[in-house]
Design a protein around this ligand. Structure first.
Ligand SMILES: [Zn+2]
Length: 351
């Protein structure tokens, strides 16, 4: 990281919406003008509790920013204050643009919320934005992300409450239950209000942007969330177990084993995201003698690799039927976060 610019604030706060020149510009010009994590309040014309949308907590996930910018540009007023978070602006701006989840010297900006440990400017910015949001007592929060691999559109919930499911299914009825407690913004707010993350597929695709815009419009136009009953049926996956490549193992997606790598993962492994695969499903090919190149940990951090994986004939295979989700297709994402998660189907809701 370059040394901090003393003229640059730690975060920006626009209590009266974005100024016209920033609404009418393109996203990159907007980000250059902001320069740091930003919170915007679009004042409402009624007295309903605020709603909140977070975007760009990961600098390479452009869809949420594009969608919310398009929506703000219409200059609509709602019966509630609308709060908008624009997260890792610095990572998004770094060349070539929208290419870095976070920068060297930064932390993942979706792992630093509610820590009460303001030891870096990034954490101080997150603390300041979170304090604003909690003080506003929002009715709900939607945190908008992209995936780094092919996935259906889905939403992530952390609590089994009717209003949480009713919020999520405004966007999609494919849901994932997240119990990992890793200081995401969604988790930092989930005891304050229903809080979800929405995953809009790969960035840069028109269908991803259309899904985000559609969902945000339904969210902003919806009546207050019902708390007494679930309005819609859904599919729910949960019991996530995190799959990572051992740090010393060199790997790539696709191609043949050679001197450069110890592990070759299937080039199209992400096509099975949200798809139940049988025992024996092959994740990749490993150099003989390397041993198990991948580890699996449950939500409590317990190593459960042996319960799910084996090396058979130099291939890494799943040993029981399971559902991979969030499989990436980039080495950088696999190193910075994880390769994918294994999930199990949870029972359907009572409507
Ligand atoms: Zn993300």
């Amino acid at each position: 990281m370059p040394p901090a610019d003393p003229a640059q604030p730690i975060h920006r706060w626009y209590p009266d919406g974005l100024p016209d020149e920033l609404l009418d510009t393109d996203e990159r010009t907007l980000l250059r003008a902001l320069g740091c994590p930003t919170l915007i309040r679009v004042p409402g014309v009624g007295t309903d509790p605020p709603r909140a949308i977070a975007t760009l907590l990961h600098g390479d996930e452009s869809t949420g920013l594009q969608a919310v910018h398009r929506i703000l540009r219409r200059r609509r007023s709602y019966s509630f204050d609308l709060y908008v978070v624009i997260g890792n602006v610095q990572a998004a701006l770094a060349p070539p643009g929208f290419a870095h989840r976070y920068l060297d010297g930064q932390e993942d900006m979706n792992r630093i919320w509610g820590m009460h440990d303001p030891t870096t400017e990034q954490r101080q910015a997150a603390d300041a934005i979170l304090a604003h949001l909690i003080a506003a007592q929002p009715e709900s929060l939607v945190d908008v992300h992209n995936n780094t691999g092919d996935n259906p559109f889905y939403a992530i919930v952390t609590q089994d409450r009717a209003e949480v499911f009713n919020l999520a299914t405004l966007f999609t009825t494919t849901l994932l239950r997240w119990d990992l407690l890793v200081n995401t913004l969604m988790e930092a707010l989930h005891d304050t209000c229903p809080s979800i993350a929405v995953e809009c597929g790969l960035p840069g695709r028109p269908e991803s942007l259309a899904f985000a815009v559609d969902g945000m419009r339904r969210y902003l136009g919806a009546p207050p969330l019902r708390t007494d009953a679930q309005a819609r049926d859904h599919d729910l996956l949960g019991e996530l177990r995190k799959v990572t490549v051992v740090p010393e193992v060199r790997f790539r997606f696709g191609g043949e084993l050679d001197d450069e790598v110890d592990l070759v993962l299937s080039a199209d492994g992400d096509v099975h995201n949200f798809d139940e695969v049988p025992a024996g499903h092959v994740l990749g090919r490993v150099r003989p003698g390397i041993g198990m190149p991948v580890r699996i940990h449950d939500a409590d951090g317990v190593d459960v690799t042996d319960a799910h994986l084996a090396v058979v004939d130099d291939q890494v295979v799943l040993t029981e039927r399971s559902t991979p989700v969030m499989m990436t297709r980039t080495v950088a994402a696999a190193r910075q976060d994880c390769l994918f998660y294994l999930a199990s189907s949870l029972p359907p809701p009572e409507l």
